[in-house]
Design a protein around this ligand. Structure first.
Ligand SMILES: *Cc1c(COP(=O)(O)O)cnc(C)c1O
Length: 393
């Protein structure tokens, strides 16, 4: 008797959705570099693929994996996370209302703001850290789109996606979630009522800091989605075949990488909680974090609470604390002082330096991406960097 049940995510990922090369039996896909596809004797396209923008078997395979992981109806790969976001923004019309969480990937707020001015849609912000804020901004007026990021950079506010989806739909809006930091393993927003899930595949999905890529997954394959998906063909924001190949390879190990990153982040968070030189450990896995309860309810916390956390340094005045934070980012031996996240190697970043004067991030905040190294080594590295940064003052 065969017992039919859907494979668990780890199984699906490891096998790249049971890939077999029909021509050779290979268990790893070949690199399909062809930019065009020949017609047959009847002048038909034998496999429905026309041209390399945007047809490629590697895109289809990666999309199939993501679609199954997220429980979506369709998915599309893009040249970057921002190219995926651009495809969504390009479908917005003058006069429409877009509601965006104030806390989000740096640059998105400013970019959407300038798009709003150029195109003529209205952009309103809400505070993802205030549970009543979305309902308040939506008010009684219709909206086209609710856009949020959960957990939100770099303070990791967790959005109640089920509640947000209900509110968005009541306002006649679709809801999109930037789920880059959750990955499809920690949470499936579509199951909570969300319409579109966006990933910067540059981060955890690929996981090796060697591909820039993005993806969108849609709950339903309808006209609204086709308008978004069609933007890839029309505007050309496609991934290269080699990058798609690398992404498929990287995703095979997502489950093990993410579990280790989450465990490392939790160990670091617990280690620094209560340290007199740490004003706040921002991590949704700590009971002290405002997002802990929602994350525990809506995430698959058997895997963990993300590999991302932030530390706020306490070393006297705001200026002194900011100076120590910045020095600490230059004194780590294992944590690379670099932007980005979700790779196998740990990264540390002084966000204020990156965001500049326009950013609202406090100067004492360090954003950490926990890699898959040994937790004790990572903690020792942060301890020595903090001690050195304090002593150098
Ligand atoms: C990196 C990132 C993006 C942008 O994606 P790119 O692949 O760099 O274009 C968007 N959202 C989040 C949360 C990110 O971390």
């Amino acid at each position: 008797m065969t017992d039919h049940h859907p494979d668990k995510p780890a199984t699906l990922l490891a096998s790249a959705a049971h890939f077999r090369d029909a021509a050779t039996g290979g268990i790893v896909p070949p690199l399909y570099a062809s930019t065009t596809y020949a017609r047959d004797a009847n002048y038909e396209l034998p496999h429905d693929r026309l041209y390399g923008r945007d047809d490629n078997p590697l895109f289809e395979q990666a999309e199939n994996i993501l679609c199954q992981l997220e429980g979506g109806a369709d998915a599309a790969l893009f040249a970057s996370g921002l190219a995926a976001m651009t495809a969504v923004a390009a479908t917005l019309q003058p006069g429409e209302r877009v509601v965006l969480s104030k806390q989000c990937y740096f640059g998105v707020r400013h970019w959407l703001g300038s798009e709003a001015a150029r195109v003529g849609f209205e952009l309103v912000l809400f505070d993802a850290g205030d549970p009543g804020a979305l309902e308040k901004v939506l008010g009684n007026d219709p909206a086209r789109l609710v856009w949020c990021e959960s957990p939100a950079n770099p303070t990791w506010e967790v959005t109640d996606l089920e509640a947000a989806a209900t509110l968005a739909h009541a306002a006649g809006a679709r809801i999109i979630v930037d789920a880059t930091v959750m990955t499809p393993l920690l949470c499936n927003p579509i199951a909570l009522g969300v319409d579109y899930v966006m990933h910067s595949a540059t981060k955890y999905l690929n996981g090796h800091a060697d591909v820039v890529a993005g993806a969108l997954i849609a709950a339903r394959d309808d006209a609204d989605w086709q308008a978004i998906r069609g933007m890839r063909y029309r505007t050309g924001g496609i991934l290269g075949p080699f990058e798609a190949w690398l992404l498929i390879r990287g995703m095979r190990t997502l489950d093990v990488r993410l579990r280790r990153s989450c465990a490392n982040a939790m160990a670091i968070a617990r280690h620094f909680e209560g340290n007199p030189n740490i004003r706040e450990v921002m991590y949704p896995g700590l009971e002290s974090h405002a997002g802990y309860e929602i994350a525990t309810r809506q995430w698959n916390t058997g895997i963990g609470y993300t590999g991302m956390l932030s530390l706020r340094i306490a070393a006297g005045s705001d200026e002194e604390s900011a100076a120590v934070a910045k020095r600490m980012a230059t004194r780590t031996r294992l944590f690379a002082p670099a932007t980005s996240l979700g790779g196998v190697e740990s990264l540390i970043e002084h966000r204020k330096t990156i965001e500049g004067a326009g950013g609202e991030v406090p100067g004492d905040l360090l954003r950490l991406s926990a890699g898959i190294e040994d937790a004790d080594d990572l903690i020792a590295d942060l301890d020595q960097a903090l001690a050195g940064a304090l002593a150098a003052g």
